[in-house]
Design a protein around this ligand. Structure first.
Ligand code: CU
Length: 448
């Protein structure tokens, strides 16, 4: 991307408002994940916005089938790209199995170049490790290869190509491979979620992720979706919740959960003995690592996000003039007349930008930097951000959206003083109501 194009906040300006990314769009996506009852002594993993790969048992072997192919992927309504992945999706379907299983994974290559799959973190014979040229011949277009091995471990693992890896991963080829312990777990898990983190150089107005970018990415994703198109996590108060987080992006991500102290309980190396668990609120998930966090649910709506603040934004300019504290007067409108879609950083910050989406024209096929609405106003987030909604009355196994949390009376931050009559308002925000005078404990936020 050229420097001049980087000088614009393209992303803030798209004509697509956050309002379009409403509940209906989210609900459709949610339906892709079928209800998953507890079976075989473990709680099946739920892949946000994704699916689990079905299998057939043939001669005692669990046989899975992955097809590498190109397809159109939607990061959020209004932003699609030609991506590569498996079985028509990125990340590919989650492979789920049990320690001791013998698995056979058939891999068909429907790409126009060769590929292979490396089973990241899995103990197996050298010839099954998937590094094309080293462990096996490349899988050429139209060919199907079989990988077959016995699972000798449990834990949170990943899969990805090891042929033209930089390109193939940059455009979406990756997935998770979860192995449950054969004898169950001492502290059983009630909700088991998995998230695969990635980054994409999908420059505004383009339709193919750019594999050459090393640092300045446009989209930061959980399971190849950006907030607010990322499914919420849901749980019942007191349930034991695990989130398995893998990272196949180009950055390390400090994964942060609000409202709880979690334990880091394992990852690539399986579930650690309890004496090795660490109490944390943020865990850095390094590139190529997987980490499991576990916690007991506390009622509320709690944010879950990467703590690199640029990773909770959607596409933005990286070489923009910093105008914080600078009175710009009518300069912006004068520049806008010459350069449609121009916007500078605001004098008082950037929060006002979310309100411009929807009524200012922007480039095609990108997303506003800041999106999402909550019961009290704009969330001003994007990228690697979602919520966990924990409720006292959420039925076991029910993953439906319970609506916004009804805070008990007297437990919401409240205003005690306002600006003096003559001072300048801090923002020209025209969409946020003054919620401070309302008693939210009696409101039903599920209708928002
Ligand atoms: Cu991050």
């Amino acid at each position: 991307m050229t420097a001049s194009r980087r000088n614009f906040f393209w992303s803030s300006l798209t004509g697509l408002g956050a309002s379009l990314i409403g509940r209906q769009a989210l609900a459709q996506d949610t339906q892709q994940t079928p209800p998953q009852p507890r079976r075989q002594g473990y709680t099946p993993v739920r892949t946000l916005n994704g699916v689990t790969l079905p299998y057939e048992i043939k001669d005692g072997v669990k046989e899975f089938h992955l097809t590498a192919e190109e397809f159109e992927h939607e990061f959020a309504p209004g932003c699609v790209a030609k991506c590569w992945g498996y079985n028509g999706r990125t990340p590919g379907p989650t492979i789920e199995a049990i320690e001791g299983d013998r698995v056979r994974i058939l891999v068909t290559n429907n790409l126009k170049e060769h590929t292979s799959i490396h089973w990241h973190g899995i103990l197996l014979p050298s010839g099954m490790d998937g590094v094309a040229g080293l462990n096996q011949p490349h899988i050429k277009p139209g060919e199907t290869f079989a990988y077959e091995f016995t699972l000798r471990q449990h834990g949170t693992h990943m899969y990805h190509p090891h042929a033209d890896e930089m390109v193939q991963m940059a455009v979406g080829m990756m997935g998770m491979f979860i192995i449950h312990p054969k004898d169950g777990e001492p502290k059983p898990i009630d909700r088991d979620y998995c998230i695969l983190m990635h980054n994409w150089a999908l420059h505004p107005g383009t339709y193919r992720p750019d594999p050459s970018v090393m640092q300045n990415f446009d989209l930061w994703t959980f399971n190849s979706k950006v907030f607010p198109a990322i499914e919420h996590l849901v749980a019942r108060s007191g349930e034991r919740i695990r989130i398995r987080v893998g990272n196949l992006s180009m950055w390390n991500h400090p994964f942060h959960l609000h409202g709880h102290q979690f334990h880091v309980t394992g990852g690539d190396g399986g579930r650690w003995p309890e004496g090795q668990w660490r109490s944390e609120v943020t865990e850095v998930i390094g590139v190529g690592q997987a980490r499991d966090i576990e916690f007991v649910g506390v009622p509320g709506d709690w944010a879950i996000h990467c703590h690199m603040s640029h990773h909770t934004m959607n596409a933005m300019g990286h070489e923009i003039p910093n105008t914080l504290g600078v009175k710009q007067g009518d300069a912006v409108s004068k520049v806008s007349a010459l350069l449609p879609g121009y916007m500078a950083m605001g004098e008082n910050g950037m929060a006002e930008h979310q309100n411009h989406t929807g009524h200012m024209p922007g480039p095609k096929n990108t997303l506003p930097m800041m999106m999402g609405k909550g019961p009290y106003g704009n969330l001003e987030m994007g990228g690697m951000f979602t919520l966990i909604k924990i409720r006292d009355d959420q039925a076991a196994g029910d993953y439906s959206d319970p609506g916004w949390y009804k805070n008990p009376q007297g437990t919401v931050a409240y205003k005690v003083a306002g600006p003096k009559a003559k001072s300048t308002p801090a923002t020209n925000d025209h969409s946020i109501m003054d919620h401070s005078k309302m008693d939210h404990s009696k409101m039903d936020h599920s209708q928002h």
